[in-house]
Write a new protein. Structure first.
Length: 140
């Protein structure tokens, strides 16, 4: 957790001509979100796609699988668009599934840091796992 934004910065420094897109959960993003300033200061164009579920979603999912419930994994989030813009980055909010692709295309064309907040609902995860059968030990 929390390495994605610094990792994107490193990837862009290593490959300045490459398009860099990082997909991260909201909890992991908040652990190093201040690195938006670093990317802006270094004039790096990266796109940060945040899966917003107001929780440590993967941890909740694992707890649900192993314990039958999750405990203390939910939290409140800032307005990610306003947060990005407060640093001078571009901010986008996805409000419907059909907006994601054109927003990604637009953000990848930006010549700055772009942050896309995309609400997600992980409630179907347990149903999906049940339909797939038992998880392999390597996933638990």
């Amino acid at each position: 957790m929390a390495w994605t934004v610094p990792g994107a910065i490193g990837a862009k420094i290593a490959r300045p001509d490459a398009k860099v897109l990082v997909a991260t959960g909201d909890g992991a993003f908040l652990m190093n979100s201040q690195e938006i300033e670093t990317a802006l200061r270094l004039k790096l164009s990266i796109v940060i796609l945040i899966w917003v579920d107001d929780a440590y979603g993967l941890i909740s999912w694992k707890m649900d699988l192993e314990l039958g419930k999750s405990v203390n994994t939910a939290f409140g989030n800032p307005d990610f668009v306003a947060y990005a813009e407060s640093y001078g980055a571009k901010g986008y909010l996805i409000t419907a599934a059909h907006e994601l692709q054109p927003t990604l295309v637009r953000a990848l064309e930006d010549q700055t840091v772009s942050v896309i907040a995309c609400p997600v609902d992980y409630s179907a995860n347990l149903e999906l796992i049940q339909s797939l059968g038992e998880l392999d030990e390597s996933l638990s």
